[in-house]
Design a protein around this ligand. Structure first.
Ligand code: CP
Length: 323
């Protein structure tokens, strides 16, 4: 490993993609690229975080994020405690703060938290002494998803050196339920930092309030944006967060904002199709698109492990070295 830990004190936590400077984001992506070579070896474990404890504190369901943080911590030789709210004392009314302090009393050096409340990770960072990593807080942010997405773009589009390690000039179109998407917000913030040109496409009812203050463009013409995209990122329709009727029907949504094979043909030849998962096949993305060679969906999952290894290494590695 040549990547050196982030400066002590500047980054004890990763709460928002906006916390990262361009150099820091590139350091994480470069460190992940080095770790990718370890992932290909017969023995994939590194001793870097031996003796440290990472707690996965999940108050919302997750497949990819929880398992990849667990795999990442274990590959760095940390001990892992997996906590899910279901079946815990949270069901008896225990608060986030008391739950976190209880787990910290067991020696957590880092807490990876997912919660339905926007701002939960930020609050947690004020209560615990270990590092806090935001694994998704309500409709607010999901910074490690944005990092793994940026890593996947660099990997698939190539030439990161010509872009100074970033994504300068890469045209990314993010499509769908932006209003409820923490993935979209974190991606817009990180991609802008890395120099990409981001355009959001959504029905007017699913475009966030004050989107003109975001560092991106907004458009309602999906087909026009596709023709000039290097990357199209489809978002899940988050029906579980919807409190009103945002579009007439799923069928109508899919017709206007879904990516099927016909629409995919509008993309430039080199362009890639991304989705953070979980997908609603047949709603925002057709199965034939999700399973096509242009799709990076499986690579995004694999890259999630190495990018999260890089984040844990850079946040905790300094503490391990000083011990
Ligand atoms: N992309 C993502 O956050 O997936 P999970 O909800 O499965 O963690």
């Amino acid at each position: 490993m040549t990547g050196s830990p982030m400066p002590a004190g500047r980054h004890r936590h990763l709460i928002s993609a906006a916390d990262l400077s361009r150099d820091e984001a590139v350091l994480i992506l470069d460190t992940a690229a080095e770790l990718a070579s370890v992932a290909g070896r017969p023995i994939r474990k590194l001793p870097t975080l031996r003796g440290m404890t990472v707690v996965n504190l999940f108050f919302e369901d997750s497949t990819r994020t929880r398992t990849s943080f667990e795999a990442a911590a274990k590959r760095l030789s940390a001990d892992v405690i997996n906590f899910s709210a279901r079946g815990s004392s949270v069901a008896k009314g225990e608060s986030l703060k008391d739950t976190a302090l209880t787990l910290e009393a067991m020696g957590a050096d880092a807490v990876v938290v997912r919660h339905s409340a926007s701002g939960a990770a930020h609050r947690l960072a004020g209560w615990v002494t270990g590092s806090v990593v935001n694994a998704g807080d309500g409709t607010h942010e999901h910074p490690t998803q944005a990092l793994l997405d940026a890593f996947t773009m660099r990997q698939r589009l190539g030439a990161p050196d010509q872009r100074g390690g970033g994504l300068d000039g890469v045209r990314v179109t993010i499509v769908g339920d932006v209003l409820h998407s923490r993935v979209a917000r974190s991606n817009v913030l990180l991609l802008a930092t890395l120099g990409a040109e981001v355009t959001l496409v959504a029905p007017p009812t699913l475009m966030p309030y004050a989107v003109e203050t975001w560092p991106c463009k907004a458009s309602y013409d999906f087909d026009a944006e596709l023709r000039k995209s290097d990357v199209v990122m489809m978002l899940r329709v988050q029906q579980e967060r919807m409190t009103a009727a945002y579009f007439p029907s799923i069928r109508e949504y899919s017709r206007r904002y879904g990516l099927d094979a016909g629409r995919m043909a509008l993309l430039p030849e080199h362009a890639i199709v991304m989705h953070p998962g979980p997908m609603n096949r047949g709603v925002e993305i057709a199965a034939e698109v999700a399973d096509s060679p242009r799709s990076t969906i499986v690579a995004q999952v694999s890259n999630g492990v190495i990018v999260r290894m890089a984040v844990l290494y850079l946040l905790l590695g300094g503490a391990a070295a000083a011990a």
